[in-house]
Ligand binder design. Structure first.
Ligand SMILES: [Zn+2]
Length: 362
């Protein structure tokens, strides 16, 4: 690359890092290591490394350079190496030993230079509903964006999702909502993609429900004593156990992949009494490792396992933000047992969990 070309690339890459960090700092757009961004330039796609946080995009090297054509060839040929992506890293350009995001092939199938994928709570609040596509199409239609929009039925992230998205991508489709998952927008520059993302989120914004009075923290803390559970970091999440519409969402089953990965398959809910707590703990006879990370004490508030990581906390916040945006009567579409099994038995997700545990131990 000559100096002028290198300068153009550096300024685009800096803009992507700045935008990624902004997205990562907004919990209504991204939580923990969720979401990822990419920039294609000169045959290389710079994509977020698996398990890294977008919020850190300006402080550490979180992007991995991947060769686009060989990766797409592998994807189209059914070559299993497309899933992990490590064989396509342009090692001479890379200073990190991290793996590319599990959603690298998803980014690669977009023809646009910049792809932003986020777990935006306004998107998720619609995309976990049975009528999610119609709701979103109507909202985007009012903003004149429906023609550019595609809705992808739930599909396991990674290669299966990339194949489904490739059927709809093209220059005219730059807004893609993934059922039970999140939002992707694409653009030919960082500023175009960023402006489109803002326009889409403004169009699909759901007003959060008024979620009422604060939790009785003292009573919750007393109930948690000696149980291995503790209060969550954020006070705003207690409506999950106190508001009946939120409780319905929280106990409907896992609604999106990162919930399964960082908060487990099951959210427990008990009555607000010592007896209920005792029988809940006694009922988990498989040992304390099997206790659900998130425990809702009905009418009182939320408890989390003492060992819950920062990622788990961020996903409690996500559930809180999503639940507050879903109408009490909206039919929901939780992930099926087969879909959850496919996530929990996928090597790429075990890798993300191991990075999270490592970070928590530091
Ligand atoms: Zn995602």
């Amino acid at each position: 690359m000559d100096d002028a070309k290198a300068g153009v690339f550096a300024s685009k890459f800096d803009a992507l890092k700045r935008l990624s960090a902004e997205l990562g700092r907004d919990p209504t757009r991204t939580q923990a290591a969720g979401g990822n961004t990419s920039l294609k330039h000169d045959g290389i796609m710079w994509t977020k490394a698996s398990g890294t946080w977008l919020a850190e995009a300006e402080q550490r090297d979180i992007f991995v350079p991947v060769r686009i054509d060989p990766l797409l060839d592998a994807l189209h040929a059914g070559d299993p190496r497309a899933e992990k992506g490590t064989d396509f890293i342009a090692t001479e350009l890379s200073s990190t030993c991290l793996r590319p995001s599990i959603e690298t092939t998803v980014h690669a199938v977009f023809p646009q230079a910049v792809v932003l994928h986020i777990h935006c709570v306004n998107t998720i609040a619609a995309a976990v509903r049975r009528e999610g596509e119609a709701v979103l199409r109507a909202m985007l239609g009012k903003a004149g964006l429906a023609e550019r929009f595609a809705y992808i039925p739930y599909c396991r992230p990674g290669v299966p999702l990339a194949h489904e998205i490739e059927k709809v991508t093209g220059q005219q489709t730059d807004i893609v909502v993934l059922e039970n998952h999140g939002l992707i927008v694409a653009g030919n520059s960082v500023s175009d993609a960023s402006a489109l993302l803002d326009a889409v989120i403004a169009a699909i914004a759901h007003q959060p429900r008024d979620i009422g009075a604060e939790a009785d923290i003292a009573a919750l803390a007393r109930l948690a004593e000696g149980t291995g559970y503790r209060l969550p970091g954020a006070k705003a999440v207690h409506h999950l156990a106190r508001d009946s519409a939120s409780l319905r969402v929280a106990t409907a089953g896992a609604l999106y992949p990162d919930h399964v990965i960082f908060l487990g398959e099951e959210v427990a809910a008990i009555e607000p009494t010592d007896d209920a707590m005792r029988s809940f703990l006694a009922g988990s006879n498989a040992g304390c490792d099997s206790l659900p990370p998130l425990l809702l004490v009905k009418g009182l508030g939320v408890l989390v396992r003492e060992t819950l990581t920062a990622s788990g906390e961020a996903l409690v916040g996500c559930l809180s933000d999503v639940a507050a945006r879903i109408p009490a009567d909206a039919p929901l579409k939780p992930l099926t047992a087969e879909e959850i099994y496919a996530l929990t038995h996928w090597e790429a997700e075990s890798y993300r969990q191991s990075l999270d545990r490592k970070a928590a131990a530091q």
